[in-house]
Design a protein around this ligand. Structure first.
Ligand code: GDP
Ligand code: MG
Length: 225
């Protein structure tokens, strides 16, 4: 069942009775062209586009009524891969609950960028435990098609040295795209039954949800009951 979200709801989120905040933000960071938007698009719309469209910054908002525990606003922030102002990236990092650090399996430099981003997150989040999931995107690529990074090697670094989650996924084939979101939702202690099948039934509303945040472009709403 859909539930339309109006402006007032967005500006005055319903208070949750449990300790969990009523808004949870996941942010996708990583170099340009690694496949961040494609993963999000596959999860939300079950679509894939070969054509590359550069993202400026996009905030997807999903709203759920979780049975028994009230309303939940899930924000998925898709970033450009490069910020002209480092202060802006800092702000995004400070205001996010869980991080998908995305690299492409055919681009070793993008893994270096993930390493750098992890360092920045740890620094900015200070003593707080940072919820990081490293995502090897374009997992459909074979060696002949340009894959140079193997899952085993990266996993060893990410899981053993960094103590972070690791998943590989392909937005093109949809392989393990759900696994990316399952890992992120798990890190913020949300049930992974916030599944794409349910999200696909989202409603798209014409107006941005929060006027205070200009980059908002999309606004989806769906209800879990
Ligand atoms: P972003 O800049 O990180 O958001 O990257 P995009 O999601 O826009 O993807 C950049 C390019 O990589 C596009 O041309 C996509 O079609 C392609 N791409 C994205 N995901 C995959 C994937 O899983 N497999 C393959 N083979 N190509 C992908
Ligand atoms: Mg993008």
């Amino acid at each position: 069942m859909f539930q339309e979200k109006n402006e007032e709801d967005a500006l005055h989120p319903v208070q949750r009775s449990a300790g969990r905040p009523d808004t949870v933000r996941l942010v996708f960071l990583g170099g340009a062209g690694v496949g961040k938007s494609a993963l999000i698009r596959r999860f939300l719309h079950d679509r894939f586009e070969h054509k590359y469209t550069r993202t400026v910054e996009e905030l997807h908002v999903l709203e759920y009524d979780t049975a028994g525990s009230g309303r939940l606003r899930l924000e998925i922030l898709d970033t450009s891969g490069s910020y002209s102002f480092p202060a802006m990236r800092e702000l995004r990092i400070r205001h996010s609950d869980a991080f998908a650090l995305v690299y492409a399996v055919d681009d070793p430099a993008s893994l270096e960028e993930v390493r750098r981003l992890r360092g920045e997150i740890l620094e900015l989040k200070g003593g707080e435990r940072a919820s990081i999931t490293v995502v090897g995107a374009k997992a459909d690529l074979t060696e002949a098609e340009g894959r140079v990074l193997t899952a085993g090697d990266v996993m060893a670094t990410v899981e053993d040295e960094w103590g972070a989650n690791f998943v590989e996924a392909s937005a093109r084939t949809a392989g393990n795209t759900v696994g990316v979101f399952r890992a992120l939702l798990h890190q913020v202690e949300l049930p992974h039954r916030l599944s794409p099948a349910i999200c696909r039934r989202r409603d798209t509303l014409p107006r941005p949800a929060v006027r205070r945040r200009p980059p908002l472009k999309k606004n989806h709403s769906c209800v879990l009951s």
